[in-house]
Ligand binder design. Sequence first.
Ligand SMILES: [Zn+2]
Length: 178
Amino acid sequence: MQTHLQSVMPESANFMRQVELNSTISGSIALGRFQRLAELLASDQGEVEASLKFGTCAGYACVKGSVTGNLKLECQRCLQPMAFEINSQFKFAFIDSEDEIELIPDEFEPYLIEGDEQSIVDIFEDELLLSLPMVAVHETACSEYMTRHEQQLKAEKEAAHPFAALKALKTEQDDSIN
Ligand SMILES: [Zn+2]
């Protein structure tokens, strides 16, 4: 690993205190610190760059966050690693009770403040989990074996159901027009 001059993101902070200070906290977060996310990655080596800017938005204590980096997911087709770029922004309005959820402006996500310290790592882990594709697959046919296998399956299917094949062919043609 190369050395970084920028700081490492703290695990947690007192968010309401950060709002009072109008502070910005930024730094890197090693992927290995995201325990839930790590299970979904092909590799937990590497890190993301993250920042949280605390302040007041539309009368609410709030935080604006951003996170960038590259994750390695496992392609569900060829099971090889695939790069997935993260470049995500979010805005939370802090609330003291769930009754306030309906009051906050639409562009903010509600964040219920409980206890003295709130987890910074969890905020980014949730954001990263939300950013992942439902199914990770390479955009191009990534496995020669699978490509051949699919062609073979298709050929067998067409032989068994000529009308279905005709319909599929028509759909493909329609798709190619769009
Ligand atoms: Zn693949």
